[in-house]
Design a protein around this ligand. Structure first.
Ligand code: NGF
Length: 288
């Protein structure tokens, strides 16, 4: 379960339906071209919070069918509807996903007791290992070292996807929980996170930059920081350009340039202008 995991995109048609063939092509691109170690399915990048339960299930099925056992698969099943989270957790466990992951419950200001109960309910009902998905910038949920510790005390909670620029907390977590899996979630900060001895990374830009991500991670593990920094700089030139042009839309357009039918984003995400599509093409030609 260590290494580089792509936060998988999903291909949708212009009406917002799943484009099955396109999704299969995205999976194949990540496995065959980018050679990532695993896929993180139905996370933020998969536009998970914009789709129905049935669509989530279909995406889990298609990805497992296409990927088989070629790479590790983590299913993001977290939901404000805890019954949906449990239902999806059981569904992907039947499909033989390697682990489940759940975003911290958001929108309402849940206290830690409620957050803990959410994770305990899921792990008590679903027979699979859980990775906490912490992304305070989007959820508003900031957990302390002690609170992470209370969750990680469960054998079934095997790790954290840590998407935050708090390297002090990341270092404390690594030090306190050497046997748990810690994945970094911000691709532009992969090198400093790797220096802190994380186990892997989960990122959206790995859909188009997976090989560089692996190089950064592996060079850092070997202590070759100058070489890794060089690649992180190129990576960050790309990420800055992607962020300026529209994150998920630009990654989809870059994939299309390489013959992968990545489709469109679902509303309320907008379609980008022809000018931005052309910019994405340029980026694909320069960086992929
Ligand atoms: O897309 C976001 C939103 N974050 C991703 C990643 O943490 C999301 C990150 O790769 C993810 O793993 C998921 O799909 O669940 C960024 O897109 C990237 O670092 C550019 O900022 O914050």
């Amino acid at each position: 379960m260590k290494g580089i995991f792509t936060a998988l995109m999903c291909s949708f048609d212009e009406q917002g339906n799943i484009n099955e063939q396109g999704l299969r092509e995205i999976v194949r691109h990540n496995i065959d071209q980018s050679k990532v170690d695993g896929l993180y399915v139905n996370g933020s990048t998969g536009e998970n919070f914009l789709i129905t339960t049935e669509m989530k299930k279909r995406i889990f099925e298609i990805v497992k069918d296409e990927a088989g056992d070629q790479v590790k698969l983590i299913a993001q099943i977290g939901s404000l509807n805890i019954d949906e989270a449990v239902e999806l957790g059981k569904f992907v466990t039947e499909l033989k996903y390697d682990a489940i992951s759940a975003v911290t419950p958001f929108y309402y200001k849940f206290d830690f007791e409620e957050i803990k109960d959410y994770y305990e309910t899921i792990i008590n009902e679903v027979n699979n290992d859980m990775i906490i998905y912490s992304i305070p910038a989007l959820t508003g949920v900031n957990m302390s070292l002690d609170q992470f510790g209370e969750l990680l005390a469960h054998d079934r909670i095997i790790g954290v996807k840590f998407t935050a620029p708090d390297f002090y907390l990341l270092e404390r977590l690594r030090h306190a929980f050497p046997d748990k899996l810690i994945y970094s979630g911000f691709d532009e900060m992969l090198l400093p996170a790797s220096v802190l001895n994380i186990d892997g990374a989960i990122g959206s830009t790995f859909n188009v930059n997976g090989k560089r991500a692996r190089e950064i991670f592996e060079l850092a593990q070997q202590g070759k920081i100058t070489e890794a920094l060089e690649i992180q700089r190129t990576t960050n030139d790309l990420i800055s350009a992607i962020l300026a042009n529209g994150l998920y839309q630009t990654i989809k357009e870059m994939l299309k340039t390489k013959g992968v039918d990545a489709g469109y984003c679902r509303k309320p995400m907008k379609q980008i202008s022809a000018e931005k599509v052309a910019r994405a093409k340029e980026l694909a030609e320069k960086y992929m």
